[in-house]
Write a protein that binds this ligand. Structure first.
Ligand SMILES: [Mg+2]
Length: 368
């Protein structure tokens, strides 16, 4: 174990960190936490200084949190496209200003790997609960969302992680789809941005028990409407090459990662023309994706709280939730952790972003 930690330490640089290192780091935290091996080496460590107290706002000035559907005409579409560009950078500018900015951002959101001894110290004696986003966190972002496979190495690592403590996958995707990617029955799954939560399988082969073990589906009444909007969006966007509508059961995603940037306004107009008939649905955005979901007060942060409560940690002071994610929708969960003053969020991002996460990691390597 010590040699493993030493090996990890020697690899710890702020550059070229891949996600599997991050998950392995977390396992290291857990295993160290459950033994006294690390006591002598961490006794002299200072308690961790909560990072991320100074927020930053570079390149987010054009970002609209919730895209307004009605009013504004052409100007509104332009605002949408600006917002789509701001949330979906196609390249990172390397200017001296950007380098300075990146350094100051790293000071506020240090690499989780650089900080792992402090993290070990902070989590000591507490029950770690792991929350992991899927796309861009466990798997690379690829052109075809149906091909966003996680590596076997990553699967093994997550499996090990789940042996140590409760582990949940929290994704915008349909729960069944994310399960088919991850294929680990021992995990909690929160699909559709947390609107479809299910606990680990109990080992029964009875299909009925699958139904009974569903923990939470707060948006069930929206299912017919979501299906209807899905059909309309598929019809509307089929004239735009590369546009893809994904049915995530309780929410929809319109992916434009394969759409020529000159046609982004076309996608925006198509989506808007459908959405204006559905005031009960909300439009938000992620990385090269427009997300449509019910206007209920439920998000990944609520899913995190629900899962902590279900696990019996609602009012516990000795729980240490760790949430790793890369998207705007993960910010709701980062904020919950910050507000609770428990555990921390880790943002996976190559470039500085406004975030409620405390730590950062580089993106997983793009599949080549
Ligand atoms: Mg993601």
């Amino acid at each position: 174990m010590v040699s493993f930690i030493e090996e990890k330490q020697s690899k710890m640089t702020a550059q070229n960190v891949v996600m599997s290192d991050a998950i392995n780091m977390t396992i290291t935290v857990a295993v160290s936490n459950s033994s006294s091996m690390f006591t002598t080496t961490t006794a002299a460590q200072k308690p961790p200084v909560p990072p991320g107290t100074g927020f930053v706002s570079l390149s987010t000035k054009n970002l609209l949190k919730n895209l307004e559907i009605n009013g504004g005409g052409g100007a509104r579409i332009n605002a949408w496209v600006e917002s789509m560009r701001a949330s979906s950078p196609t390249h990172i500018k390397s200017t001296p200003l950007a380098a300075d900015y990146h350094s100051s951002w790293i000071l506020n959101h240090p690499s989780a790997l650089d900080m792992f001894e402090q993290i070990i110290e902070a989590s000591k004696g507490k029950q770690i609960v792991m929350f992991l986003d899927y796309d861009g966190t466990l798997s690379p972002i690829v052109d075809d969302p149906d091909q966003a496979f996680m590596s076997n190495k990553m699967r093994k690592t997550v499996k090990k992680l789940a042996k140590c403590f409760p582990t949940a996958i929290v994704s915008g995707r349909c729960r069944d789809k994310v399960y088919n990617f991850v294929k680990l029955a021992e995990l909690y799954y929160a699909g559709s941005h947390g609107m479809d939560i299910k606990g680990p399988e109990t080992g029964s082969n009875n299909k009925k028990s699958d139904q009974e073990s569903i923990l939470c589906q707060p948006a069930s009444e929206f299912l017919p409407m979501i299906d209807e909007v899905y059909q309309k969006l598929v019809e509307k966007t089929k004239s735009t090459p590369g546009a893809k509508v994904e049915n995530n059961k309780f929410c929809l995603s319109v992916h434009y990662r394969c759409v020529d940037e000159k046609k982004w306004s076309e996608v925006a107009q198509q989506v808007r023309s459908v959405m204006k008939e559905y005031p009960m649905l909300l439009l938000t955005q992620g990385r090269k994706v427009l997300e449509i979901r019910p206007t209920i007060k439920w998000d990944k942060g609520k899913a995190l709280e629900f899962l902590l409560e279900s696990l019996g940690f609602a009012n516990c002071t000795d729980v240490f939730p760790v949430y790793i994610g890369d998207d705007r929708t993960d910010e709701d969960a980062f904020k919950i952790l910050r507000d609770r003053g428990q555990g921390f969020g880790i943002l996976v991002s190559k470039s500085p972003k406004e975030t409620n996460a405390s730590y950062s990691l580089q993106e997983p390597k793009e599949a080549s």
